[in-house]
Design a protein around this ligand. Sequence first.
Ligand SMILES: *Cc1c(COP(=O)(O)O)cnc(C)c1O
Length: 382
Amino acid sequence: MSYDIETRCLHLEDCQGSCDRSGAVSFPIYQTATFAHPGLGQSTGYDYSRLQNPTREQVEKVVAGLEGGVDAVAFSSGMAAIAAVAELFRPGDQVLVDEDLYGGSVRLFLNISKKNGIEITDVDLSRENVEEYITERTKAIFLETPTNPMMNVVDIAKLSEAAKKHGLLLIVDNTFLSPYFQNPLKLGADIVVHSGTKYLGGHNDTLAGFVVSGTKEIAERVRFLIKTTGAMLAPFDSWLILRGIKTLALRMEKAQENALRLAHWLKSRTEVTRVIYPGLIEHPGYEIMKKQASGFGAMLTFEVNTKEQVEKILGNVKLIAFAESLGGVETLITYPITQTHADVPAELREKNGINDRVLRLSVGIENIEDLTRDLEQAFGVL
Ligand SMILES: *Cc1c(COP(=O)(O)O)cnc(C)c1O
């Protein structure tokens, strides 16, 4: 039987055998470090929780299923997942990375990967021709779409053609849309990474990360890495992510609906000079989004006329929290220049348009009128 994604958020397709857990509807938390062996040369299938734990295995199966991957590995955070992917490369390798990425990924690439002898080259993948940057040493392309925080849209299928032609790995951080709205593996990517802290968990309460592999060969390399470096997701946190995913479909739909309404509301304000949401028809990536994703997500970025206006908004929002992170049920407002993107070199920030008047909203599932009323009073406070 093949289920639709809303059902797959709750039920595994092959759960017959593995469902024998005293009938528990909620998957049990196997809070154990090690597993007893029935005898010499025998195993229950589990030996030690760094290698595998039933609760972690369950969340990995769910995420692999949602992304259409061969395998998913659950890490203790999104950065742990991306750091493991960075370990796939050797000194002398070159990796092309999109210019507009999550600040933590930029920090990892510029400090750790570079120190390890990997050449990191920034490319504006939404506008430039990637083929001009490919050399004999190029091994991979790493991107997010839509990008954080400027919402540039990258054509995954088009890049995958270039990657296949030159034998490169195409790695997509799919955190912003979640597997509910976008499945990069189905568009030709080789690896998908997630900060499970965001939409998958969905409640601003747990850190997690995932690496989803498109082939068995990549999956084996990632399994070797987690077994060796050990940044796996704990059983209880695996359970929290499993529980979060159960409502992924509902949360994504409601948050997206709110985001579109907020984008229009912001556009009507005289203090707002720019609204960047890929679900607006005038967004340059709108058509590509429609082609490669089933929704536009709930992240939006806007620019106000003065820095004083930024201070007014951040100091006066009441319902909306001024906090880093995204993808949870609560609406959060972020100031990228001092928060998520503080470690991105100033020239790169400027080039991408991340100035001191840019704010980012992760729209949650509150009542839309309450959200606009909160922004209205924050905009208007004298
Ligand atoms: C948050 C985030 C990360 C890092 O994930 P953590 O779980 O915070 O380590 C990576 N990529 C994107 C797009 C993110 O938003």
